[in-house]
Design a protein around this ligand. Sequence first.
Ligand SMILES: NC(=O)c1ccc[n+]([C@@H]2O[C@H](COP(=O)([O-])OP(=O)(O)OC[C@H]3O[C@@H](n4cnc5c(N)ncnc54)[C@H](OP(=O)(O)O)[C@@H]3O)[C@@H](O)[C@H]2O)c1
Length: 249
Amino acid sequence: MTSTQGLDGGELQDQAVLVTGATSGIGRAVALQMARQGADVVVHGRDVDRGAATVDAINAVGGRARFVAADLADAVELQRLVDDVGGVDVLVNNAGFSWFGPTADLDLATFDALFVSDVRAPYFLVAAFAPKMAANGRGSIISIGSMAGQIGLAGAAAYGATKAALSSMTRAWAAEFSPRGVRVNAVAAGPVSTRPQDRERFDALGATTLLNRAADPSEIAEAVGFLASPRASYITGAVIPVDGGRTAI
Ligand SMILES: NC(=O)c1ccc[n+]([C@@H]2O[C@H](COP(=O)([O-])OP(=O)(O)OC[C@H]3O[C@@H](n4cnc5c(N)ncnc54)[C@H](OP(=O)(O)O)[C@@H]3O)[C@@H](O)[C@H]2O)c1
């Protein structure tokens, strides 16, 4: 079975998957990938219209999805998402944002917001869902990290630190939950062309990779789909670079 085979009879059939930040970019591509692999997908984000558009795109290929809105920077809304979703077989921690610029230009509020969205939110989602997965004896958690968490990128000290934290938590969660059947991994993505307004930065970063280009969101989604599937049954605690070779040099 390939990762593009799916829907009914797919390798993730009857599995409930939550993809955070699936209203755009990488998360949207991951949600589509999961649906193609047969999962029942909860599409999460804040923007209701773009959430509906992701659900429509999934329905259009014969997949199953519903949208739940929540601002993960708000602890009450995060808990409401957890209560609404109940339990999941696969959690994809994708929601987040980046800030690039001179260290001295980052204000306190944005620094805190970065750590709330990119570190605190995935932490408490794993705290909510992983124990239930462990009680079931199975599950898969995949977080979207970044090459910025692995290497020194000028202008990315704070953002890189959030993704380094995510890598660290990935290893600690694997140690905590994998003995009870839950695989926990991260994908450390290179530059991915998502927001048109950031095109120049993606292209400039893409030029520093061995493949000399930024990724398409679907190329990150393929790796996530693999990690979610039984084909990755012996992989846990791994932070897998999907970065056009950028961190190899
Ligand atoms: N693009 C890259 O080059 C790249 C590289 C490495 C890693 N990443 C990581 O990949 C992930 C997705 O990035 P992207 O480029 O696809 O970004 P994007 O297109 O801006 O999408 C971000 C998603 O996260 C959601 N989100 C952000 N903050 C949220 C919050 N507080 N509560 C709820 N939802 C929130 C957004 O929801 P709404 O739009 O509905 O508000 C949106 O769905 C991020 O974690 C990012 O750090 C990106």
